[in-house]
Design a protein around this ligand. Structure first.
Ligand SMILES: [Zn+2]
Length: 235
């Protein structure tokens, strides 16, 4: 039976002589794998639709739970991400995050919309790249049931000053003297708080530190190493 859906290519792997297997994020059916036959032949017309970052409408032939792409029409290729190393790794971090927080059969509409918006912001630099990635991570963590909050100390209830701690289990902050947690600077907290409140402020050092903290938080909860985010932060 045919199945038609908008989907974003998260990963692609070559197989056979001319074929490719793509891992796609869809709104309705979550993450699905699909074969694309002959797309590595010279001049193959669906080659574009087998590349990571490609956001297209796909038509699949479905047989026994296996999908094969039969048609695709491009919405956004995000080709600009391949021309700039920093944008490329920022985009790859978005795709890896989608991969970590999606599963087959799990509706992923909000995740898909967030990913496409973020890739678009990174490509056009409509908003700073680092803040866009941080915003996407915080939004995805909230959707996945690991919300991060940056409010008063969750132990003593006071406004915090100076250094503080981040509790990996609860995703919240506390004063440095109010219990365990990873030591973090005030600028890290401020960057997360600004993004959560929708402020556009971009203190680069704070956002960079906040991304490192969220990378550790994702690892803590999902055992997923966001290697593309590491590459992005090392540039
Ligand atoms: Zn406290």
């Amino acid at each position: 039976m045919d199945y038609k859906a908008d989907a974003l290519v998260l990963r692609a792997a070559d197989y056979g002589e001319y074929d490719r297997m793509v891992t796609l994020l869809t709104a309705e059916r979550g993450k699905i794998g699909a074969g694309m036959k002959g797309v590595r032949k010279a001049g193959a017309k669906l080659n574009f639709a087998s590349q990571p970052f490609c956001f297209s409408e796909y038509v699949f032939a479905e047989k026994g739970g296996r999908y094969t792409v039969t048609q695709a029409s491009l919405h956004e290729g995000f080709f600009g991400l391949r021309l700039d190393l920093k944008k490329y790794y920022a985009g790859a971090a978005v795709l890896q995050t989608c991969d970590a927080f999606s599963a087959e059969g799990m509706p992923c509409g909000e995740l898909l919309v967030g990913a496409v918006e973020t890739l678009s912001a990174i490509e056009t630099e409509n908003g700073h790249t680092m803040s866009a990635v941080l915003r996407f991570l915080l939004r995805t963590l909230r959707l996945a049931g690991y919300p991060v909050s940056a409010e008063r100390c969750t132990v003593c209830g006071r406004e915090m000053e100076g250094r503080r701690r981040f509790d990996m289990a609860s995703g919240s902050f506390r004063c440095a003297g109010c219990g365990d947690g990873v030591p973090v600077s005030a600028v890290t907290y401020d960057a997360i708080r600004a993004v959560l409140k929708g402020d556009a402020e971009d203190g680069e050092d704070g956002v960079r530190r906040a991304l490192r903290l969220m990378k550790a938080y994702v690892l803590y909860h999902t055992e997923t190493e966001l290697s593309a985010l590491e590459e992005f932060l090392s540039l």
